[in-house]
Design a protein around this ligand. Structure first.
Ligand SMILES: *Cc1c(COP(=O)(O)O)cnc(C)c1O
Length: 228
């Protein structure tokens, strides 16, 4: 199926469920992204800053870009003028840097706190203790140019559906607890980003309202490195 047909099919499946579709376009060309855009897709996710900036410059300006990969503090400045959401915030240090650059551009940048839920040791993210420490810190309370919209997590890359289900259940439970404890009066704490091509169905069953889909929309990623 074509990219356009895939987009239409997934939009039809997800929007009645109230689930937002982020089309993960990493390694994909500007032409492929434009095809998805022409089919109505407006939210795209990228994991590398340089690739994201190059695509931002070439593509329509009403695209909402999400950064979904690990972000180094020294690269925040490149995306601060335009980024719509940073889903991969994994430290207070990074959040402070985002706040600083958002302030410079007179913006409020939406962020998700990435929580470590997988059993693999290679994934980025805050553990539960770090998450609570961040939320309770005085410095966090003073950051006015970032808005925490929710949590993001990546499940273990495994065939074991029970394990994936348990990890998503854990993140949903954490999301509900954090909402009641820290964001009770903030309606904008509303986003639980979990689920990729291989596990989005389980994620939605477990309460996800934002899925990050790449290969089911654009086909397998063959090339590893994007070329402009
Ligand atoms: C690449 C990526 C995705 C999409 O992966 P697919 O398996 O192609 O759907 C989702 N989330 C993150 C954080 C990614 O890096």
């Amino acid at each position: 199926m074509s990219i356009a047909a895939n987009i239409e099919e997934f939009q039809k499946e997800l929007s009645p469920l109230g689930v937002t579709l982020v089309a993960v376009s990493k390694t994909k060309s500007v032409e492929e992204i434009q095809e998805a855009y022409d089919a109505g897709q407006r939210i795209f996710g990228e994991n590398l800053v340089q690739e994201l900036v190059e695509k931002y410059e070439k593509l329509p300006k009403d695209i909402q870009w999400h950064l979904i990969g690990h972000l180094q503090t020294n690269k925040v400045k490149y995306i601060a003028p335009f980024i719509n959401m940073i889903e991969s915030v994994d430290s207070l240090k990074l959040l402070k840097e985002i706040n600083k650059h958002a302030l410079k551009h007179d913006r409020i940048i939406d962020c998700l706190l990435q929580v470590y839920i997988a059993s693999e040791s290679t994934k980025f993210g805050l553990d539960h203790v770090e998450l609570i420490e961040l939320l309770e810190s005085e410095e966090f309370a003073s950051l006015k140019n970032v808005r925490i919209r929710g949590l993001m997590g990546i499940a273990t890359n495994t065939e074991n559906e029970k394990e994936i289900k348990e990890e998503f259940y854990e993140l949903k439970t954490l999301f509900d607890g954090i909402k009641v404890s820290y964001f009770r009066n903030e309606e904008t704490f509303d986003t639980l980003s979990m689920g990729m091509s291989s596990d989005y169905k389980i994620a939605i069953e477990q309460g996800s309202n934002l899925v990050r889909l790449g290969s089911v929309l654009f086909g397998k990623r063959i090339i590893k490195h994007y070329k402009a």
